[in-house]
Design a protein. Structure first.
Length: 114
């Protein structure tokens, strides 16, 4: 079933070669740094959000799974929503001080950006 995954081949032109096998590129996984070597910046963002404020955590070096796990942990402890993608964690509302305190408690080097 894996050989017939048509979504991974959307931009491929038809081939008449019967032995042709389409190979997808695998992304290299970035090794996640330990919390003591991470330098995280916690700021607030109001742009393109309809006047709403979000706490923005940036500077995370590591895999997407670890980023999502950290985002999930912060969201559960704060009791709010948000997302974790593209190397940034967004948390709904202004929780800069609480997020910095939680990250430092977890062993991360976190600073308030603005």
């Amino acid at each position: 079933m894996k050989d017939n995954d048509w979504k991974s081949r959307l931009g491929v032109v038809f081939s008449t070669n019967p032995d042709f096998k389409y190979e997808t590129e695998t992304k290299a996984q970035c090794e996640t740094l330990p919390p003591s070597r991470q330098h995280l910046r916690v700021g607030i963002d109001r742009r393109n959000r309809g006047g709403k404020q979000v706490t923005l955590l940036s500077g995370f070096v590591g895999s997407e799974e670890d980023l999502k796990e950290l985002g999930r942990t912060l969201k559960v402890r704060l009791g709010v929503g948000g997302s974790a993608k593209d190397g940034e964690i967004t948390i709904q509302g202004d929780f800069r001080d609480k997020v910095v305190a939680m990250l430092q408690e977890m062993g991360y080097n976190a600073k308030r950006a603005n």
